[in-house]
Design a protein around this ligand. Structure first.
Ligand SMILES: Cc1ncc(COP(=O)(O)O)c(C=O)c1O
Length: 361
């Protein structure tokens, strides 16, 4: 039995037909940028996440950059970023001319609770990243940020559908950023992203920035860029949105099996909080100091795994920063993502559990 880490071609036939029908519909309508699919996507996300303003854009990296620009963060400013995250979080900061200041994470990869130590007179914002789908404790982060008059941009790229105290990931900060990259819980058949905000002023600015500064066609009121979403991707996302809750339930059920079955293995540190509403079960990252050996063993047995991520950002030459970043570094050296997605079958999950157990036996 071959079990890829994630095989996006495993879409069931009925869903494939619905996606093909959506493609034909958009083709017949002849509107490929903007239009009713984009409006529907934005209003659906607003409804599901209770977001007053949801502004689609080309991808999650752009969402972060647009958020920073909308908040006027740029040259001379510092932004606090966790050392373990996907590279986009820090890239966006550099792209607007600001400087990322890295802080360590906790053992689960979430920004450490003493991130305030990194505040300087130049600090304008902090970016909590809901890594692997688990939300940062937002109430305490927001109150610290408020006491230092810092802006908060949530990187909720991995956390669509996670809710803390009833409030969605991406809805807590001044602006929240989503990615609909194909591997995400809600993924397009290409690239797409979104900014969420409660501020009509910020929403308007993000819209202008993502569309050449145009409030109406051929009027350009500021320097923007093109980061519009494709209508076809909005259309596909509207199709996928119908199943997001059922898919989440599947992920959670598989995660629960892993948690129960792997609990007794002393050489593994299991992820926490997957059974809570503020985790969307995006990734199941175990930690073991025999990570590379386990990865090879599972590969030999036909099971694909992944590493999120093998290098912390302060170790990359473009971001080089001295520091221990102990927890973040541990994740880079010891973290291994085992398959977790709604398209797995129960026998596959069983085999993954059995093989992990037999490796440590
Ligand atoms: C934590 C995090 N931030 C930002 C992004 C960027 O999103 P995108 O790939 O849509 O640009 C991703 C996704 O890849 C991510 O995982």
């Amino acid at each position: 039995m071959k079990i890829p880490f994630l095989d996006l071609s495993r879409i069931d036939n009925e869903l494939k037909e619905t996606l093909k029908a959506k493609f034909s519909e958009v083709l017949d309508a002849g509107i490929f940028s903007g239009g009713k699919e984009v409006d529907l996507l934005e209003s659906s996300i607003s409804r599901i996440l209770n977001s007053p303003f949801s502004i689609s854009c080309a991808n999650g990296t752009d969402a972060l950059e647009l958020a920073l620009r909308a908040l006027d963060i740029g040259t001379g400013d510092e932004v606090i970023v966790p050392a373990m995250t996907w590279v986009s979080t820090a890239e966006a900061v550099v792209l607007v001319g600001a400087k990322p200041i890295f802080v360590d994470t906790d053992e689960n990869g979430l920004i450490c609770s003493d991130w305030e130590k990194a505040i300087s007179p130049q600090t304008r914002a902090v970016i909590p990243v809901h890594l692997y789908g688990k939300m940062v404790e937002m109430e305490s982060l927001l109150s610290k940020a408020k006491s230092h008059r810092l802006l908060v941009i949530e990187d909720a790229a991995q956390a669509f559908g996670a809710f803390q105290n009833g409030k969605a990931a991406g809805r807590w900060g001044d602006i929240g950023c989503l990615s609909f990259y194909p591997t995400k819980n809600l993924g397009a058949l290409g690239e797409a992203g979104m900014c969420l905000t409660s501020s009509s002023e910020l929403a308007q600015r993000i819209r202008l920035l993502a569309n050449h500064g145009q409030p109406v066609r051929d009027q350009h009121v500021l320097i923007g860029r093109n980061s519009r979403i494709d209508s076809i991707q909005a259309g596909f996302l509207n199709v996928f949105l119908k199943d997001w809750e059922a898919n989440l339930a599947n992920r959670k059920a598989f995660a629960q099996i892993y948690l129960e079955e792997l609990a007794g293995i002393s050489e593994i540190r299991l992820p926490s909080g997957l059974d809570q509403p503020d985790h969307n079960a995006h990734l199941f990252v175990i930690q073991t100091n025999r990570r590379d050996e386990l990865k090879a063993f599972l590969a030999e047995s036909g099971i694909g795994t992944a590493i999120h991520y093998p290098m912390i950002l302060p170790d990359m030459k473009q971001f080089r920063t001295e520091g221990d970043f102990i927890n973040a570094r541990n994740l880079a050296f010891q973290g291994l993502s085992i398959p977790l997605n709604h398209m797995l079958s129960s026998p596959e999950v069983r085999k993954i559990v059995d093989d992990v157990k037999s490796f440590f036996r």
